[in-house]
Design a binder for this molecule. Structure first.
Ligand SMILES: Nc1ncnc2c1ncn2[C@@H]1O[C@H](COP(=O)(O)OP(=O)(O)OP(=O)(O)O)[C@@H](O)[C@H]1O
Ligand SMILES: [Mg+2]
Length: 254
C-alpha cells in the first residue's frame, strides 16, 4: 500500500495518511479491492490503511464504502480460517486450507470491508473448501460489515447480509454468451455503481444492497453478450431498463 500511495501521489515520501487524505480530497465514495490474491503484497499494510480510512481523525463529511473481490487464489491457500467455528455446520467435510502469515492478514482486513464480492467457487474455498454454497455464505457473512455475495455465472447471484438469517438471490438474464471473461468485474461495477448512487438517499440499506445485487447481476449478463471488456460499453440506463422490466427478488429462509 505504501508503494501505491507513492505512485498515486507521485511522491517518494507519501504515507498511508497522505493517501487517505488524497482519497478524501478527491471525493471518492467507494474503494474496491479487486484481484487481491494476485497482489498479496498490499496485504502487509492494508489493515492500517483501512483503519485510517475509517478514522475520525481524518475529517470527512461522508463515509467511504469498501468492497473486495479476491478472485481465484492460484496458490490455493484461500486465506486464514482458524477462527471459523465449523462445528455449527452440518454434513460438510471442510478441508482446512494452508494457513500462512500473508493469508491471516486477509482475514483481519475483512472486518473493515463492507462487501465481499466473490464467485461461487471462491466463496466455498474461502470458507474452508465446502461443497455447499449456502453454508459457506453463512460463515463468510459474519466477517464482512454489510454483506457477502456469490456470483454463480448463468445462475445469477446469491447473497446474505451480515446478521441476517435469510439469503437473497437474483437470476441472471437468459442471454446468448459471446465472451464470459470479466463477468465478475461487470457484476462488481453494476453493484457498486448503484449502491454509491443511492446510499445517501435510502432509508433501508438492506433493500438497497439487494437492489444493487440485481444491478450487478444484469451488468454481468449484459457483459457476457459482448466480446472483450470494452467493445460497446454498458450504460447504467441499459441496466436500469432491465431492472424495471424484471422487478423480482427471491428470498430464501434458512
Ligand atoms: N452465461 C451467463 N448468462 C447470463 N449471465 C451471466 C452468465 N455468466 C455470468 N453472468 C452474469 O455475470 C455475473 C458474474 O459472473 P460469474 O459468476 O461467472 O463471475 P466470475 O466467475 O467472477 O467471472 P470472471 O472471473 O470471468 O470475471 C453473474 O452473477 C451473472 O449475473
Ligand atoms: Mg471474479
Amino acid at each position: 500500500m505504501h508503494g501505491i500511495a507513492r505512485s498515486m501521489l507521485k511522491n517518494e515520501n507519501a504515507t498511508l495518511n497522505d493517501l487517505v487524505l488524497h482519497i478524501r480530497q478527491k471525493g471518492y465514495k467507494h474503494i474496491h479491492f479487486g484481484g487481491l490474491f494476485s497482489c498479496k503484497s498490499i496485504l502487509s499494510d492494508l489493515e492500517e490503511f483501512l483503519q485510517l480510512l475509517n478514522s475520525t481523525s481524518i475529517k470527512c463529511d461522508y463515509k467511504i464504502s469498501t468492497s473486495i473481490d479476491t478472485n481465484f487464489d492460484a496458490e490455493n491457500h484461500w486465506g486464514f480460517i482458524e477462527t471459523i467455528d465449523i462445528s455449527k455446520v452440518d454434513n460438510l467435510e471442510p478441508k482446512k486450507p494452508y494457513i500462512n502469515d500473508v493469508d491471516s492478514k486477509l482475514w483481519k482486513v475483512f472486518k473493515y470491508i463492507d462487501f465481499g464480492l466473490f464467485n461461487d467457487l471462491e466463496c466455498r474455498m474461502m470458507a474452508g473448501g465446502y461443497s455447499d454454497l449456502e453454508s459457506s455464505l453463512q460463515i463468510l457473512s459474519k466477517y464482512f460489515r454489510k454483506a457477502i455475495m456469490a456470483t454463480r455465472g448463468e445462475k445469477g447471484v446469491l447473497g446474505m447480509h451480515n446478521g441476517s438469517n435469510s439469503f437473497f438471490n437474483f437470476d441472471s438474464l437468459n442471454v446468448s454468451v459471446v465472451d464470459a471473461t470479466g463477468a465478475g468485474d461487470c457484476f462488481n461495477a453494476g453493484f457498486i455503481f448503484n449502491y454509491i448512487l443511492n446510499k445517501n438517499e435510502t432509508q433501508n440499506e438492506f433493500e438497497l444492497i439487494e437492489k444493487s445485487a440485481q444491478y450487478g447481476c444484469y451488468a454481468g449478463s449484459l457483459g457476457v453478450t459482448r466480446m472483450g471488456a470494452s467493445d460497446i460499453p454498458i450504460t447504467f440506463a441499459d441496466i436500469e431498463d432491465l431492472v424495471c422490466a424484471n422487478n423480482s427478488s427471491k428470498k430464501i429462509k434458512m
